[in-house]
Design a protein around this ligand. Structure first.
Ligand SMILES: [Ca+2]
Ligand SMILES: [Ca+2]
Length: 329
């Protein structure tokens, strides 16, 4: 039994070593051994000290587990674009790391991929061609704490009423963590200015969910145009809208009811001065886009089955015309 007196400091030092190296669960196991030994040896001051250290290690484990639960999130989970015949469709996925831990993973993408490229750590660009055979590519991505990566997808050769699909999956250690799909097709209609896509996104309690919308008009309009839009949610939620660069704030609707008369509401961009937020299309432009960030707030487990909707309408001839409905679930 005499050896036990030498073992106790070894256990204590080893537990500290493990803790300093971030091996918290092993540190807790060893510290439990140290406590058991110090009780057996009847050295209460050491038992007391080690119990405090164990409590600290367990608290660190809890914090780590909370962080680990903040998984990388790929949005939207599904997305559909219907563009004017002969034009290119644009889809976008946002891959966000809402935790304070650095995350390394792989983006696995499947579709009629013609080309792909990368610009910096934050953007992948993929070009699809409906005529190209379906294939799968994998690209490694490292996401810093709080960082996101954008996957921009352009869809060429879309056929009338035949959907071309693309899937994007975030893998960690080869296991899928989050995934989304995008389909596009063309349609002969849409000779006016219209929102050409709709999305379904997952609720996340950890960050504001980004949703990008493309607005398309036919090329032959010729003149510039300010497109007024209205965004309304089925349940109260904060909605921020940014321009195509993602950095210029257009409006904030603090409760998502579509007006700007509530506390915290503000219109930052109203190019035609009619009180409604808008986007400017230049003379030759056929496309504009907006990105909204929505915060549905904390959703009770019992309400998880209830889908929330966000609708976008454009102002045309003095009337609001509903163009797209996004689903949040
Ligand atoms: Ca409002
Ligand atoms: Ca306006």
């Amino acid at each position: 039994m005499g050896n036990k007196f030498h073992e106790l400091p070894l256990y204590e030092k080893y537990a500290e070593f493990l803790r300093l190296n971030g091996r918290l669960r092993e540190a807790a196991d060893i510290m439990r051994e140290a406590i058991r030994l110090s009780v057996a040896m009847n050295v209460p001051h050491r038992t007391g000290k080690n119990r405090i250290l164990l409590a600290e290690i367990l608290e660190s484990i809890k914090e780590l587990e909370e962080e680990e639960s903040r998984k990388v999130d790929l949005q939207p989970m599904s997305s559909r674009s219907v563009v004017v015949r002969g034009s290119v469709a644009y889809g976008r996925f946002f891959v966000t790391n809402p935790s304070t831990l650095k995350k390394a993973g792989t983006l696995k993408m499947t579709g009629s991929i013609a080309t792909d490229s990368r610009s910096g750590a934050g953007q992948l660009t993929v070009s699809l061609d409906a005529a190209v055979a379906v294939k799968t590519i994998e690209r490694p991505v490292v996401l810093d704490p709080g960082a996101s990566c954008v996957v921009d997808v352009s869809g060429h050769g879309g056929q009338e009423d035949v959907e071309t699909g693309f899937s994007c999956i975030w893998l960690e250690h080869g296991e899928p963590v989050s995934e989304g799909i995008w389909v596009y097709k063309t349609s002969e209609v849409a000779t006016r200015t219209t929102v050409v896509d709709a999305h379904a996104v997952r609720i996340s309690p950890f960050y504001l969910i980004p949703i990008r919308h493309m607005i398309q008009r036919t090329a032959n309009i010729g003149t510039g145009e300010n497109v007024d839009f209205k965004i309304m949610a089925s349940e109260p939620m904060r909605i921020e809208v940014y321009d195509s660069t993602g950095t210029k704030l257009i409006c904030v609707d603090a409760n998502g009811d579509g007006d700007f008369s509530d506390k915290g509401d503000l219109v930052y961009q109203d190019l035609n001065g009619n009180g409604h937020p808008d986007l400017g299309l230049g003379e030759g432009d056929t496309l504009a886009s907006l990105t909204m960030y929505v915060d549905p707030g904390q959703v009770e487990a019992a309400d998880r089955d209830v889908s929330r909707e966000v609708s976008i309408s454009l102002l045309e001839g003095g009337e609001w015309r509903l163009d797209a409905v996004d689903v949040i679930k």
